[in-house]
Structures are given as structure tokens and as C-alpha cells.
Design a protein around this ligand. Sequence first.
Ligand SMILES: NC(=O)c1ccc[n+]([C@@H]2O[C@H](COP(=O)([O-])OP(=O)(O)OC[C@H]3O[C@@H](n4cnc5c(N)ncnc54)[C@H](OP(=O)(O)O)[C@@H]3O)[C@@H](O)[C@H]2O)c1
Length: 313
Amino acid sequence: MKAVVYDKSNSPDVLVLREVDKPVPTSDQVLIKIMAVSVNAADYRSMRMGMIPKNKIFGADVAGIVEAVGAEVKKFKIGDEVFGDLAGFGFGGFAEYVAVTEKALAQKPAVVTFESASSVPMAGITALQGLRNLGKIQSGQKILIVGAGGGVGNFAVQLAKYFGAQVTALCGPKNVDTVKSLGADRVIDYTNSDFKAENYKYDLILAVNGSYKLSEYRRASNPKGILVMAGGALSQIFGVMAFGWLYSLGSQKMVTLTAKASTEDLVFLIKLVENGKLSPVIDRTYPLAETAEAMKYAARGHSLGKVVITVNN
Ligand SMILES: NC(=O)c1ccc[n+]([C@@H]2O[C@H](COP(=O)([O-])OP(=O)(O)OC[C@H]3O[C@@H](n4cnc5c(N)ncnc54)[C@H](OP(=O)(O)O)[C@@H]3O)[C@@H](O)[C@H]2O)c1
């Protein structure tokens, strides 16, 4: 099969399209013919940090068709359309096929495209767990989403509206119209306006990107507000590691999100997509042969929603 393999010695690109052995599923695995795979920070950040999957193939969020099943597989049969996050199971999605435990997967409804389904797992689950599990989102709350233009942010805006919140979204100028169309009540373009200067207090802030001081978030938060730190620039992450504990000394709280793969959450999210209540936004699609370009584009950190690689179609 064709796969995009990490090869440190290759120049100018370390990601190379090669012929490799097609995987053979073990007894608890499903062999998926991959139709689409989306790019995540987990791919390009792991690569930058030298955390290379065992088979040297990145790609976590896949959608495809079951081509073979191991003897102990119970949930799926040949021909089923599935999707899931393979990051906890060795990656392997930038390829025509992958063998993975059935535990990583959920059924894809027929009406949802493979591209849309591949956009959902990591970004959707991060947004959902940030808002619902850590943020304890309630209907009517005022919510700020920082970094609303990207994969996680686009899902967060729509999910916060789904949960009945009043959503303010912070993003760059080229993403303003799309973020508005996703349902945000207020959109702040961070190049010409300053959320910190407003006298507007939030019950919940989901910080997906950017790099603001914790004291600035604190001022924008109501006295019992929660700040969920999901991601952002390295300076932001180091700031949280060093001073995060100070944030929660009073009645305001800061919590750091580490999203966990969950098939229950995959099913919850894909039902919303199926029913038209959640729309994955896809910025660009690339063929498998151009995966290195797709990774570079996503790693610039300004994509509008998701970057998707189409594989077998
Ligand atoms: N905690 C977890 O478990 C977890 C899980 C998944 C991802 N993450 C993290 O979440 C972050 C976002 O992931 P993603 O997949 O959404 O990335 P992405 O699709 O690349 O999105 C990045 C978005 O951030 C926006 N942005 C960049 N600089 C900004 C700034 N200064 N202020 C506000 N917005 C800014 C960009 O929009 P504009 O062009 O409009 O600026 C871009 O659309 C990453 O740091 C990732 O590592 C964390």
C-alpha cells in the first residue's frame, strides 16, 4: 500500500510517499481502507518534538471502510463505515490502510461524508470535553472562545451554542465571517479589537489558542468563572505551568484540559453532525501524496477549521 512515512534522512521533506506492507489485522483489530484523514496539532507537534510513531506513519483522525476483521472483533463487520482517533494506538492514518483495535472506532452514518467524519475526533472531543466536562457549561452562560477560527475553536463555538450559551468568539480577520456563520453571538477580531479592554465578564473561557496573560483572563472572568486551558502558543503553556496555580486561589478556577479519546463522545458528536446541528468546517483538502504540504499548512496555525487528506477516493 501507499503510505506517507517519516524519514529523518530525506531532504527536503521528512514525510515521504512510499510503498510499504499492507497491515494484517490481529484478532482484535479491524483493517480499515482509509478514505480521509485530518491533520491535528498532535501530528505536527509530535513530529517537531521527535515523538515518532513506531511504524513511522503519522495521522490519527481517520474515516474509512472496514475491509477485514480479526476473529474476536464484535462491533464491526466488513463494509461498515467507521471513523476514530488512532493517536492512542500508534497513529498510522497517513496511509491507504490501517489496522487498529475496534476500541478506537465508531460507526459513521452514511449521510456524513468521510472528509467530515475525519474532521471530528480530536478537535470535536477536545471542544466537547473542554466545555462540558471541565467547563461545566450551562445554558445562558456567557462564554469566550479564544482561537475560535481553528479546528477545535470551530467545534467549540457550535457546541457552546448547542448547550445554550451566549458565545463570544475571538479569531483573526479572515475567519470572522465563518465563525459568525457557525452561530457566535459576538465575534471579536483580535487584530482590531481587544477583549481585555471590554467591561464584559465571562462565566467560562475556553482558551484554545493565542497567548494571553492569566491575569488578563482573570480580569475578563466573572468572580466564579472557569478558565479551561486547552492549547495555545508555547509561551501560554509555560505560563500556565509556572503560574497556573495562582489563578485558582480565589473563587475563580483554572483547569488544564487533556482530552481523552472516547467512542461515547464520538457517537455523541457524529449524531449532531448527522442531524445538522454540528458542521465540520474544512479549510483545504490535499491528496495523500501532498501530506507534507498539508502538515506544513496546518502547522502555520491559521487554518480555518480542519485540513483533510483524501486517500482512497
Ligand atoms: N488539550 C488538549 O487535549 C488538546 C487537544 C487537541 C488540540 N489541542 C491544542 O489546541 C490548539 C488548537 O488546535 P486546533 O486543532 O484548533 O489548531 P488549528 O486548527 O491550527 O487552529 C489554530 C487557530 O488558532 C487561531 N489563532 C492563532 N493565533 C491566535 C491568537 N493569537 N489569538 C486567537 N486565535 C489565534 C487561528 O485562527 P486565526 O487565523 O483566526 O488567528 C487558527 O484558526 C493547539 O494548541 C493544540 O495543541 C489541545
